[in-house]
Design a protein around this ligand. Structure first.
Ligand code: GLV
Ligand code: MN
Ligand code: MN
Length: 398
């Protein structure tokens, strides 16, 4: 089954008929269906599938000996996400194995296709939860206490999905190299007129929970000057974050807010909002977040509200293996593929930080839109991506 047939099979899984976007949250029915799909697609190729207690999967082509080469990505989505962020890398990994077999390649080392769970952190809040636990970057004793929006503990979500416990995964111990192919989440490749690009690194980024607390009161009878309204403190903080990031060429987003009690005719008692911040260096990221917290605190003082900030997941700067990137980039008949940085997070960043030599391939996205139902890549570009990935893997296993 080729790339397009696999893609066609995945298309309906977790798709909303209202928006056309995807809801493939971890340890839900849609994600379970994708996990089974992957196991079947691997079995149909004679690959051996290993699954850990969290549901991370690797489909192994047991060949040769020594350190393994791993490729892959994730199958979960953000809420109402696109089809490509994640699945493109998984399907391309399987398709690249087909290409190697058609070419008669006999790998001298094991080759695996991986799927890491909860890459988006859309359910339990921590980005790249599956790869963080599998590499030992995060401890299970901490992770098991995480709760989703409905208050379900991670450990209970796993039991309900028929899985076990997370933690360091020995399957990854023998991995000598990781290559993740991903849809581009910007327009760099469009501007450069290239179907494929190679990653140089990932911007540092983090998620910070801002809890603004005030005093609930009547919307009609409470004079404006008597209020302690946390919504005002939050609103000014969102504007300040936007301004700071825009002036510095960085990124700051409040994309998730919870209001209590969330009634039309009451001043709220509490607003919880999540800041996603990204910058080109760790120093500038800390500076950006510090300035936003300082301005929010000053405004809280004026509003008579309080503020508590908790970092939920912070990822440092990642530089991918420069030699590997240069070799992949040079593998293009009409001149090198561009080597570009990304401000999006990836499991590849977690593996790189854990000491695994890592590379990324990006496939052109005509609009650059991502984390949205509008995310797209043309089939012709996806096939160029499969071929670039196959060439890379062939070189690594030969
Ligand atoms: C994942 O795609 C992220 O960058 O948040
Ligand atoms: Mn994503
Ligand atoms: Mn992704």
């Amino acid at each position: 089954m080729g790339f397009e047939e696999m893609w066609h099979e995945l298309e309906p899984v977790g798709r909303s008929s209202a928006s056309g976007g995807y809801f493939r949250q971890p340890w839900t029915g849609a994600e379970g269906e994708l996990r089974s799909w992957f196991a079947e697609a691997a079995a149909a190729r004679g690959l051996r599938v290993e699954t850990d207690g969290l549901g991370n999967q690797v489909a192994w082509w047991d060949a040769g000996s020594g350190d393994a080469v791993l490729t892959g990505s994730h199958l979960d989505s953000v809420l109402d996400g696109g089809a490509y962020d994640g699945p493109l890398g998984v399907v391309s990994g399987l398709a690249a194995i087909d290409v190697l077999r058609e070419r008669g390649v006999q790998p001298s080392r094991p080759l695996g296709v991986s799927v890491f769970v909860e890459e988006e952190g859309s359910r339990f809040g921590i980005a790249c939860l599956g790869s963080r636990l599998a590499t030992g970057t995060l401890d299970w004793s901490t992770a098991r206490e995480l709760r989703d929006r409905d208050g379900v503990f991670l450990s209970d979500a796993l039991s309900a999905a028929g899985l076990g416990e997370g933690g360091r995964w020995s399957e990854l111990d023998g991995v000598g190299c990781f290559v993740e192919l991903h849809v581009e989440q910007g327009r760099d490749l469009v501007d450069r007129g290239a179907a494929v690009g190679v990653g140089s690194g990932i911007w540092p980024h983090g998620r910070y929970r801002f809890e603004f607390a005030g005093e609930a009161n009547h919307a009609g009878t409470t004079r404006m000057e008597d209020r302690h309204d946390p919504m005002l403190t939050y609103a000014m903080t969102a504007l300040a974050a936007h301004k700071q990031a825009r002036l510095a060429g960085e990124r700051a987003t409040f994309g998730r807010v919870a209001v209590e009690p969330n009634g039309t005719n009451a001043v709220p008692s509490r607003v919880t909002a999540w800041l996603d911040a990204r910058a080109s260096s760790e120093g500038s990221l800390s500076e950006l977040v510090d300035v936003v917290i300082r301005q929010a605190g000053e405004r809280a003082g004026r509003d008579g509200t309080t503020l508590d900030v908790t970092p939920e997941s912070v990822s440092g700067e990642v530089a991918f293996d420069a030699d590997l990137a240069a070799r992949i980039a040079a593998d293009h008949a009409e001149g090198d593929w561009p080597i570009i940085p990304t401000a999006a997070g990836h499991d590849a960043g977690i593996l790189a930080a854990a000491g695994v030599p890592t590379a990324m391939l990006f496939v052109r996205n005509p609009t650059g839109v991502s984390h949205s139902p509008a995310e797209h890549a043309e089939v012709a570009d996806c096939l160029v991506g499969v071929s670039a990935l196959a060439n890379t893997l062939e070189r690594l296993v030969s």
